[in-house]
Design a protein around this ligand. Structure first.
Ligand SMILES: [Ca+2]
Length: 213
């Protein structure tokens, strides 16, 4: 696929999925999707982006975070991000709502995999897989079509795990780097870049475009 076609695919995914928010971290935490879902930065610091660009990513120390104004996941969604963790061996939140609400992308303690939890209050279901690659940027994506979830790690074609979920409506605001107000799980020690949330499930070809971008 040519670069032009790849870019067109990103703007017009064949699945009809629309961007809810896009945070490329070009010197700030603004949403560049046009939807105005700008992030508010609480202590996270700008570092080199995954492409090496100055001030092109945010670094988190386990308690610093970025809060979005998005209070609910779309009924069907795709989450795509790049993450570089600086330590492993403990549970660490990457992106999500309050503890045990909504959707929670995190690192597992043992084994050191990446994990997505989707919550219908009182009913937690989760899948996990992939390899935690300390010190290196990794691409992570999650698709959810209302019941089926797939988790992708450094491979846009074959998910590392999949399962059937129910996503409850009792959602809190979505944050990057830690759970909203809970200390039940630690925040991320590492960097985040190029976060996208879509309303809908992206096709495999669009996921591939994001991975190769
Ligand atoms: Ca960036």
């Amino acid at each position: 696929m040519s670069l032009l076609l790849a870019n067109m695919a990103l703007l017009n995914p064949v699945s009809g999925a629309q961007l809810v928010g896009y945070w490329p971290f070009n010197g700030n935490a603004n949403d560049e999707s046009g939807n105005g879902n700008n992030g508010t930065v609480f202590g996270a610091t700008l570092v080199n982006g995954r492409d090496g660009s100055p001030n092109g990513a945010y670094s988190f120390d386990g308690s610093t975070h970025i809060q979005t104004p998005i209070v609910s996941w779309p009924l069907e969604f795709t989450l795509s991000c790049w993450v570089r963790v600086t330590t492993t061996g403990s549970f660490m939140r990457i992106i999500g709502n309050e503890f045990e609400q909504g959707a929670e992308l995190m690192y597992n303690a043992v084994p050191t995999t990446i994990r997505i939890i989707i919550s219908d209050p009182g009913l937690l279901t989760d899948i996990s897989g992939g390899t935690t690659n300390v010190g290196n940027w990794q691409w992570v994506a999650v698709t959810f079509d209302g019941s089926n979830t797939a988790l992708y790690v450094d491979d846009p074609v074959t998910p590392v795990d999949s399962g059937v979920y129910s996503l409850g409506s009792l959602n809190s605001v979505i944050e990057f780097g830690r759970p909203v107000a809970s200390t039940a799980i630690a925040g991320l020690k590492g960097d985040l870049d190029d976060i996208r949330i879509y309303d809908g499930v992206l096709s495999a070809s669009v996921l591939t475009g994001l991975y190769n971008e």
